[in-house]
Design a protein around this ligand. Structure first.
Ligand code: C2E
Ligand code: MG
Ligand code: MG
Ligand code: MG
Length: 291
């Protein structure tokens, strides 16, 4: 009996593996068609000065609405792109779309605003990524100093030396570099100091609990680290007034988060820029302003 059941389990497992692989293959086929067929678009999440509401930058976030399956989760389909050799195509699409949007805003004489673009771990290590960036920057007339690249700490730490060399080349183009989701990847102080980066983004996981029992110790440590290395710092995922107050007191004045704005579609982002790029601050106890 046990033997029979074991075999059934195995058959079941093999069947599962088979269908997972099939599903992934189908998904990557759909993704390829979506990229080629113009089915992707970007959203833009404001990066604000929490004291004033001024928008200091926008993070480009890719979106894919599939005809049959609705909105797809970017973290999932970026992983599919990485696993199926589509990462360069997806990455170039995102970069070009961001630069073309910046050109459209220039055309409208909106205030020039830095745009951050996410680069996935495999994409960063592709031999042609820097020349691709260079070419797209040239073709779209993008001001490279208004472009920031975001790489996660985990991605950097998987391959610190090769990543560092890559980042040096990007900065030579004039592009800035941010470490995304910082605080999770356990980089050593030495490694962090050796990385050619401009700013650190505090991972949402270390902002989430502030004001609800979390002492904010990791957020505090990250800000201290950023100050010591003379890097700028921005907090991700700020959702409450308590988090905002805590971070401002720490000296971390920039943030992205639903408290200020969700990611905006292109039209809403355009309206925001044309109206002067200042977000209405959430109502509540004023904090961190003068005396
Ligand atoms: P990320 O780069 O850390 O982007 C921030 C994510 O946090 C976004 O999710 C954003 O919508 C979400 N977020 C911002 N503020 C808040 C908040 O206050 N509360 C909560 N709960 N969430 C907040 P999204 O757009 O779903 O993206 C998820 C991840 O997918 C990104 O994390 C990034 O790793 C990846 N991703 C998104 N777009 C791209 C892209 O164009 N290229 C690559 N390679 N990866 C991308
Ligand atoms: Mg990011
Ligand atoms: Mg992040
Ligand atoms: Mg993330």
């Amino acid at each position: 009996v046990a033997k029979g059941r074991g075999r059934n389990c195995f058959e079941f497992y093999r069947h599962r593996m088979r269908s997972d692989a099939d599903a992934r293959l189908k998904l990557s086929g759909r993704l390829r068609k979506a990229i080629e067929g113009g089915k992707l678009h970007l959203n833009f999440q404001p990066q604000v000065d929490m004291r004033t509401g001024e928008v200091r930058g926008l993070e480009a976030l890719v979106r894919w609405r599939d005809d049959d399956h609705g909105m797809m989760n970017p973290a999932d389909f970026v992983a599919v792109a990485e696993a199926s050799g589509l990462v360069s195509q997806l990455g170039e699409w995102v970069l070009r779309a961001a630069c073309e949007q910046a050109a459209a805003w220039r055309e409208l004489q909106a205030k020039p605003i830095p745009i951050s673009v996410n680069v996935s771990p495999l994409q960063l290590l592709r031999a042609d990524i820097v020349t691709t960036f260079q070419r797209v920057i040239q073709e779209t007339g993008m001001d490279p100093t208004l472009l920031e690249l975001e790489v996660t700490e985990t991605a950097l730490m998987k391959n610190p030396e090769a990543s560092a060399r890559r980042l040096v080349e990007f900065r030579r183009l004039g592009v800035r570099v941010a470490i995304d989701d910082f605080g999770m990847g356990y980089s050593s102080l030495g490694q962090l100091r050796a990385l050619p980066v401009d700013r650190i983004k505090i991972d949402r996981a270390f902002v989430r609990g502030i004001g609800e029992g979390d002492s904010g110790a990791i957020a505090t440590a990250v800000v201290t680290l950023a100050n010591a290395f003379e890097l700028s710092v921005i907090a991700e995922g700020v959702e409450t007034l308590a988090q905002r107050a805590f971070l401002i007191d720490l000296g971390c004045v920039e943030a992205q988060g639903f408290l200020f704005s969700k990611p905006l579609d292109a039209d809403a982002a355009t309206r925001l820029l044309l109206q002067g790029a200042v977000l209405q601050l959430p109502q509540g106890v004023e904090h961190g302003r003068g005396k």
